[in-house]
Design a protein. Structure first.
Length: 166
């Protein structure tokens, strides 16, 4: 039986640096990087206008990508999923991918205080103006209100990454 790839995913507040870290980890590990933002932008250009649209389209995307990711992992390639794992419910999706076959996994928990995240969002608004309508303090506060750090009871292999300024 061949060995499986490792599923790597992330948890952290909006603007904490999850996407930056996911790209770095993918490069260092020679892994396939799958970015939710990239897939949503490619498949639904101009259709995501508010947070409810994001939830709807993300829910449509995940079942398709799940099968794809499972096949890549079964082929022995590590996959880095740049999808938010910021609530127990979101993290359950990752667990549903790796658990049935007992695949190896890693959860990077990026810890950053609100001030650090908000500064990053302001920088991102300038670098990626197409995201400016979502990278606001108002959206940050709304999303952060639902944030749940990973708990030991969830059973993840967690690596904590502290962002500067936290």
């Amino acid at each position: 039986m061949s060995s499986y790839g490792t599923l790597i995913f992330f948890c952290g507040k909006m603007g904490a640096g999850k996407s930056t870290l996911s790209a770095k980890v993918a490069r260092e590990r020679g892994a396939v990087l799958v970015s939710e933002d990239e897939w949503l932008a490619a498949l639904f250009p101009g259709e995501i206008n508010d947070f409810n649209d994001y939830i709807s389209y993300s829910s449509r995307l995940k079942p398709v990508l799940r099968t794809h990711v499972e096949k890549i992992l079964a082929a022995g390639t590590t996959v880095v999923l740049d999808f938010p794992g910021n609530t127990r419910r979101q993290r359950a999706w990752f667990k549903d991918i790796y658990s049935p076959l007992g695949l190896p996994h890693e959860l990077y928990y990026v810890v950053a205080d609100d001030e650090t995240c908000l500064k990053q969002l302001k920088r991102r608004q300038k670098k990626q103006p197409e995201r400016a309508q979502f990278d606001t303090e108002e959206v940050f506060r709304m999303v952060t209100g639902h944030f749940e750090p990973p708990a030991d009871s969830e059973g993840f292999n967690v690596e904590i990454v502290e962002r500067e300024g936290t």
